[in-house]
Design a protein around this ligand. Structure first.
Ligand code: MSP
Length: 663
């Protein structure tokens, strides 16, 4: 029988844009899980990487005017750098441009073809280049948009190879039935089951219109569908399809962690491909929820993602890791705010674990000359509390209920805290006859802390190491199995020397001010050309309203405001302006019958195709002006954020007709 191993994967990230906290989320979870299993002696493997083929990568490179390889190499560097900074330690970084991966995907293709699951046909449909899939849209819709990206779909009609997905309807349903935990959580499982039960059509698995990808073996005018290419990474990274497949033999099947938005690919297409190839199916596909901001999925499309650079400026990696695991219930969507992060750090880390460590160690230093006493005393309450916490922690963690696992650990922590408060060692220290009791109390508190630090080490490895070292304990807590450490077991302890708070309390007001001020006030020099109202020749507010405005400098009257005609519009076309690296030339529909041209200084932050199809807000009654010889008839609204004044386009959360006035 094969030895028990643990293999976890994250989705591979599109190598076309910088990473944000949404990408960091599943990667941190995978890291924490791997550390958890490894700490318990399980032979583990953690895979992550980048998805580097397909039309959206091609387009991003084109939009930036760089070679595709240069773009993907740059983005891979950004992702690796971001994950390193978050203490993520993966075992392999797969790139779908790795020659070994490409060869193995072609091998998979040949296997499917030889087994009769691939045939040639013709496909016509509406295709989203960002999802890389054809979309089911209503026939009457002549200009359909992608429901996810809200961008126009492309009408694509081409010769295509098809995978006989329809043949897997029954086998898939049987598999879901036989393995009720194959897709989790249950709500997602039910969605998948009803999707498959609703009927599966054969899947188009090649494109002639996409060049950047893996050629179909024997027919290089076709490129293998990017999702078939990408999904295969989970086995090719272990050497499947090559001579060197011992990692595949050792670690497969995997636990796939994926966002709920890409569940269908993992829970339907991927197992069908594997069944067709005769490969064992994954152990489980677990779909997590989305990190939200203002109730909406954080991401590139909406430009509302919390940037990792900002987080790193104010928070340590352990704070970010702890917060994401504790605050967001794994499997559900979760709103993420800086305020909640600060509150969590202060209550659980600074006032909780940090305070327990510093009060325990300070008393041992002050009352016991820095040597932790070994003999504990009537400690059943604490011992049972910690043992309970350990059992629950492991149960919840194994079920991927990270938030509840941490809650359990903090339950144990509360017992130790209460024990200290009840026994008042600071009073015992004043009474020489209570010496052995004092030592017993401190030994118990120390022992409780020792077990807790081991428990939380997979989540906050850096801080766990810091506290462990301050406790004078040998070894690395990340590598010590909490379940192999008996309560009150003999411990070698060095003298406690330096005590520094593991988690300093965060000053919420100051940090929030700093974060808010990082989005600089709009100053003409900080703003980009066309996002700014024209300065020269434009009347100043006081001139506009005559002598009536005597208010403070930044205050206007309603009369001032109504002069500004703000209207909803849709971007129909966008292109870069030659020799003006900041400018995009936009053609926008303001519901006036005739589209207008607007020049916007957003080209360094938005690619033309990112804005096409977007709903924007336009200052419609601004006097026309010329930029680079082109007339601009209006100005679009954007927030200016971060140190570089990065523009983030204003938009609506609900459907709004073009021309609707904002007031
Ligand atoms: N390349 C595909 C995956 C191929 S896997 C064989 C892809 N890439 S992605 O970069 O767009 O997304 C990668 C993962 O990041 C997805 O699981 C997605 O759910 C996740 N997230 C992106 N934004 C997110 C949030 N705001 N919140 C949580 N996760 C999010 O899809």
């Amino acid at each position: 029988m094969r030895e028990k191993t643990f293999y976890v994967t994250t989705p591979i990230y599109y190598a076309n844009a910088r990473p944000h906290i949404g990408h960091a989320y599943s990667t941190i979870v995978a890291d924490v899980l791997t550390r958890f299993h490894r700490q318990r002696g399980v032979d583990s493997f953690f895979l992550t990487g980048t998805d580097e083929h397909g039309v959206n990568i091609e387009r991003a490179a084109e939009a930036r005017g760089v070679e595709i390889r240069a773009l993907v190499d740059e983005v891979v560097g950004q992702f690796k750098g971001a994950f390193d900074k978050l203490e993520v330690s993966y075992d392999r970084w797969i790139r779908t441009t790795d020659p070994q991966h490409e060869a193995a995907v072609q091998k998979l293709w040949r296997m499917l073809q030889e087994r009769g699951f691939i045939y040639k046909g013709n496909y016509e449909g509406w295709f989203c280049g960002y999802c890389n899939e054809f979309k089911d849209v209503e026939l009457k819709d002549t200009h359909p948009q992608c429901p996810i990206h809200e961008r126009p779909l492309d009408r694509v009609s081409e010769e295509s190879y098809f995978f006989k997905l329809s043949e897997f309807e029954k086998p898939l349903l049987e598999h879901y039935e036989k393995h009720p935990k194959f897709v989790q959580p249950d709500v997602r499982r039910n969605e998948v089951v009803s999707f498959v039960a609703g009927g599966l059509k054969d899947l188009s698995v090649s494109r002639v219109s996409v060049k950047w990808g893996i050629p179909v073996p024997g027919d290089p005018s076709h490129t293998i569908y990017v999702w078939m290419d990408a999904l295969s990474n989970y086995i090719t990274a272990l050497g499947w399809g090559t001579e060197e497949h011992k990692d595949f033999d050792r670690y497969w099947p995997a636990l796939h962690l994926v966002g709920k938005d890409i569940l269908r690919f993992h829970a339907v297409y991927w197992p069908a491909f594997l069944m067709a190839a005769g490969v064992e199916l994954p152990r489980q596909v677990y779909a997590h929820g989305m990190l939200l901001r203002g109730g909406q999925k954080m991401g590139k499309s909406l430009g509302n993602a919390i940037q990792l650079e900002v987080l790193h400026k104010h928070f340590t990696p352990d704070m970010i890791r702890y917060f994401l695991l504790r605050e967001v219930v794994f499997g559900q969507d979760g709103e993420v705010t800086y305020e909640a992060l600060i509150d969590r750090v202060n209550s659980d880390l600074a006032d909780g674990l940090g305070n327990l460590a510093s009060r325990t160690l300070t008393m041992i230093r002050n009352y016991c000359e820095g040597r932790a006493p070994l003999a504990s005393v009537d400690d059943a309450v604490v011992r049972n509390g910690i043992n309970e916490a350990k059992t629950r922690f492991d149960e919840e963690f194994s079920a991927l209920n990270f938030s509840r696992a941490l809650e359990a650990a903090w339950g144990g922590l509360a017992r130790v805290d209460k024990f200290i408060t009840d026994n008042q060692p600071w009073k015992l220290a004043k009474d020489p006859s209570a010496r052995s009791r004092l030592e017993g109390v401190l030994a118990t508190a120390f022992e409780g802390l020792r077990h807790l630090v081991l428990l939380v080490a997979p989540v906050i490895p850096d801080s766990a190491r810091g506290v462990w070292a301050q406790m004078g304990l040998p070894g690395d807590p990340v590598q010590i199995n909490p379940n192999s450490v008996a309560w009150g077991g003999p411990v070698e302890v060095a003298k406690i020397e330096q005590i520094s708070p593991a988690f300093p309390k965060l000053d919420k007001g100051r940090i929030m001010d700093e974060i808010n001020n990082e989005a600089p006030q709009s100053t003409p020099s900080a703003q980009s050309e066309a996002v700014v109202a024209p300065q020269a020749g434009q009347p100043k507010p006081a001139e506009q309203t005559g002598a009536s405005v005597q208010a403070e400098p930044n205050v206007i009257t309603i009369d001032d405001f109504v002069k500004v005609e703000l209207r909803a519009a849709t971007v129909l076309e966008a292109e870069r302006v030659p020799k003006a690296d900041k400018l995009l030339r936009l053609i926008v529909d303001l519901g006036e019958g005739k589209p207008r041209q607007i020049l916007a200084g957003i080209a360094q932050h938005y690619a033309p195709e990112e804005v096409v199809g977007r709903k924007i807000i336009v200052v419609a009654n601004l006097a026309p002006r010329k930029l680079r010889g082109l007339e601009s008839n209006g100005m679009l609204l954007a927030a200016s954020i971060g140190e570089d004044g990065r523009p983030v386009l204003a938009t609506f959360m609900e459907e709004v007709p073009n021309g609707a006035r904002l007031k």
